[in-house]
Design a binder for this molecule. Structure first.
Ligand SMILES: C[C@H](O)[C@H](O)[C@H]1CNC2=NC(N)=NC(=O)C2=N1
Length: 131
């Protein structure tokens, strides 16, 4: 699947595919930016030359943050594509997603991010710090 042809199928209707079947090079920034509207809460970051998706959440309690990560872990296993669970703080969590085998972003990363955003975890996360 070529990244120059970004399909219009919604990310959440897609499934991650094994990385070894993917194109050999990371998605370029223009292609990444066409997908960002479907994951509006995420940031596109350049980490020492590697483009990644990053998002943070405010959590209601430390252990709820950990519970959130466990739910994300279950999603990742079912998708066969895994986030970097960067941080569980006393009131916040941070996740980064990139395709390690490719050394950058592939559509898998956006599918996973979109599916994380669809998880029903409202009881674990604050919509805003004052919640
Ligand atoms: C074969 C299977 O696709 C690979 O082992 C997967 C597993 N999960 C993965 N997750 C991420 N983020 N990057 C990878 O390169 C990766 N490789």
């Amino acid at each position: 699947m070529s990244t120059s042809r970004i399909s219009l199928t919604r990310l959440t209707d897609k499934k991650c595919v094994p990385c070894n079947l993917k194109e050999l090079r990371p998605m370029n920034e223009d292609s990444a930016r066409t997908l960002m509207p479907q994951v509006p809460e995420w940031n596109l970051v350049n980490d020492a030359g590697i483009m990644k998706l990053r998002r943070s959440w405010t959590v209601k309690t430390f252990s709820k943050g950990l519970n959130f990560f466990k739910i994300v872990a279950g999603l990742a296993e079912s998708e066969g594509h895994h986030p970097d669970l960067h941080l569980v703080g006393w009131n916040n969590v941070v996740i980064e997603i990139w395709t390690h085998a490719i050394g950058g972003l592939t559509e898998n990363d956006f599918i996973l991010a979109a599916k994380i955003d669809k998880l029903d975890v409202v009881d674990l996360l604050r919509r805003k710090p004052s919640d």
